[in-house]
Design a protein around this ligand. Sequence first.
Ligand code: HEC
Length: 497
Amino acid sequence: MKRFGLLLGAVLIAACGSDSGPPSLSSVLIAGDSTVGLNGTMQLTARAFAGSAPVTTGLTFVWMSSDTTKARVSQTGLVTGVRLGVVIITVSAVPDVGTPVTSDPYVIRTRITRIVFRPFDISLASRNDTVILVADARDAQGASVTGIGFTWVSRDPGIVTVADSGSHAAIVAAVGYGTTQVVATVDRVSDSVTASVEQVPATVSTVPSSFSTLTAFGRSVQATCIAVTASGDTIPNHLCNWSVLSAGVVAVNPATAHTTTVTAVGNGTASIQAQAAAGVVTSKPVTVNQVPKTVVISPANFGTPDVTMTTNQSAPFFAAVLDSLDHPALEDSVVWTSSDSTRASPAATATLDSTVITTFAVAGAATITATAGPASATRVVNVSATPISFATDVQSIFNTSTPPCTNCHPSAAGMNLTTGSSYASIVNQNASEVPAMKRVRPFMPDSSYLVHTIQGTQTTVGGTGARMPLGCSGSGCLPNASINLIRNWILQGALQN
Ligand code: HEC
């Protein structure tokens, strides 16, 4: 073993001995960053050259800082930032044999490492809104660095302005709407926060500011919500949530809109609410009160303004009160009057929309008026001493129409209109096509299905069949005089006379 070791040593010496001696150094270069974080470190490296050939052995690097109170450098080239400022680092390459060479000055700046903002980003609710932005310079250890001044810049002074307020703080003020950045610079380090100015509703109102009464179901009015920011700026086309606090009076549609439609559905007063944002709400009362537009009296007339009753009889009269959109106006009471109470007179105690008209011994005409609010209708009642005869007047229509009813109606629709059988087949008999209706209901021509079939109004009461005589039209149908004769016979009580 020992012999072998000696032999190896002899070989190494022989190798060195063949060298022509250490090369003389000509330059030394520093590589690395140009800054170091305060209280942080940064590695520099040095390379020595003989001409253009790197020299890596047989030398020692000696590092130096121009101001060790600002940055120190270790003999391995590790720089430590001690205080903000600039130092010059140099390194000397000292060969084991020969002349040392020193690098060019290498400038290193000790700086802060980052800026921390509070708040992290800025959201302003309206113009003139302000917020205090605090910036904190930190060293490499994350500790605050005090005693240095910040400068502040708004990237869009039309959206926010920024003014230094000392102590690492600035006042950011909204002057417009949109999003931009606020930049803080300290010790040549810059960072920014996003600043946005929104249009947050602070108050809301409606247009119109008050609603006039809706006078018919289905009548509607447009309502627009106006949302305003704390600075008094109207937010264009702001969407509100609309709701109705008491149901059954109005409906709002759409429920989320700048402008919605308020539609009357029932009488009463309801509150309409427009919500522009959480807690930003206005409510307005809306009243629906149907105004009667039309009064329709039953018994109706068919081509003539009058009906004919007999002396000393009674029959029910009805009034349908409609609003301007033809919806029944249920809450309006009807007042019945007669132009001549010696002939025909309404009952003293009329119910909401019906009365009983009673005639007296005096023949002649009286005009019955039904009044509901601003609307009214009249029906002339002729009082006749001679009642219409079923056997002669009505039956002859059944027998002589074109074609005669009796042609088909010994049996068609299960109804017999032939002499002797007809009365029993129609009066108080359920209609085949509309079983809820009688073919003839005494005193009530408008509730008699037979009347609707000869008027051609059968489909308005749920019937499906054709007008009678079967499928007639124009002059092929019964003349109005015949239709009114049958109506008045029913109004007189559908007597079997
Ligand atoms: C050409 C045959 C024909 C003539 C004429 C005719 N009808 Fe009819 N009628 C029918 C038929 C068929 C039905 C059932 C189908 C329909 O209603 O279309 C009917 C149904 C009816 C109904 C419905 C009965 C129920 O209970 O549903 C009445 C009421 C009626 N006719 C009355 C008359 C009167 C009144 C006349 C004469 C003015 C007349 N008809 C003339 C064939 C006729």
